[in-house]
Design a protein around this ligand. Sequence first.
Ligand code: NAD
Ligand code: UDP
Ligand code: UDP
Length: 326
Amino acid sequence: MINQNLINKRIMVVGGAGFLGSHLCESLLRRGNEVLCIDNYFTGRHKNIAHLQSNENFEVMRHDVTFPLYVEIDEIFNLACPASPVHYQFDPVQTIKTSVVGAINMLGLAKRTRAKVLQASTSEVYGDPSVHPQPESYRGNVNPLGPRACYDEGKRCAETLFFDYHRQHKTRIKVVRIFNTYGPRMQPGDGRVISNFIMQALQGEDITLYGDGSQTRSFCYVDDLICGMMRMMETPDEVIGPINIGNPHEVTVRDLAEQVIALTGSRSRIVTCPLPQDDPLQRCPDITQARRVLNWQPSVPLKEGLMRTIEYFDCLLSKGSVKAAQ
Ligand code: NAD
Ligand code: UDP
Ligand code: UDP
């Protein structure tokens, strides 16, 4: 049954033309909300949201969140920030400005309008964790000077700003810490492990395993993630987080490579390459809080999600639209 309180709301999705943002816009529109998508198209793409343009409840604005923005809305999902290491290390200063100045502007807007604001934080706030799996109470192990710091420390500072605005100005905040997420509309050239392995396998190229492949990650399918984020926004004002959202099924990167080869029926070989600096050894969310507070847990198994993602990339390749997508 449709909850009438959830519709007729004006919701802003910042970073709405990106991978997660475009899925979120789609789900909010399906629920009957008015959606304002804000993006500067750094890593976002028009084609991610092209199918939504004919919806009269959908509006798009090109804007960089490091500049102030004056609009009237009820809720803000702040997803603006490049998320793959290749993208966020391309212009590290802009990455940290996007996280920090972007958060200040979104919080200023939420403070003025009394809108609820949700921050898409990340498992990267835990750095290379020494506690496993990672509960929200773990304070992390981050190198503030390394090549990942522009992202990790930017996101940590954004969380601090969210909590300070909440304490100082009673701003209505929600913070979720997102773990590795994958699915259709990931960019084939974003350098992330799932997009790299699938593209390499489908094209019969070598699979580039960084290090010995014993490092672990836990991959959440995009639909599950969006559902968790939307549930978080609907919680009462006293629920502010941070809450981990991710899939606790942990795999080694080597195991992932082997699964992708098997599912694509590829003849690609696995070759090893140097492990990037500060690459976390283990990552797996403790989702006890998400289960308890949001009544949420992921439902799409890795094999199923990989098959859907392989189908997406296969389709891009057969249309010859890969270069355009990169
Ligand atoms: P993405 O790169 O596809 O999307 C980010 C979007 O933000 C893009 O559309 C980009 O153009 C936009 N953007 C970047 N800088 C901007 C700026 N200054 N002003 C306006 N728009 C800007 O990445 P994604 O995977 O969709 O990630 C979305 C959010 O979720 C990010 O904040 C990311 O940190 C967070 N997150 C993602 C993952 C994941 O596995 N995908 C994991 C943890 C956290
Ligand atoms: N801001 C914005 N939109 C608004 C309100 C504020 O972009 O609707 C920006 C504003 O430019 C400011 C920032 O958010 O730089 C923080 O706002 P806040 O009110 O906390 O700070 P102040 O305006 O007092 O510096
Ligand atoms: N990785 C890999 N081969 C690749 C791309 C990534 O082995 O072609 C590894 C990477 O070193 C890391 C893991 O896969 O250990 C996940 O990398 P990704 O960039 O997707 O995400 P993050 O490191 O931010 O979790």
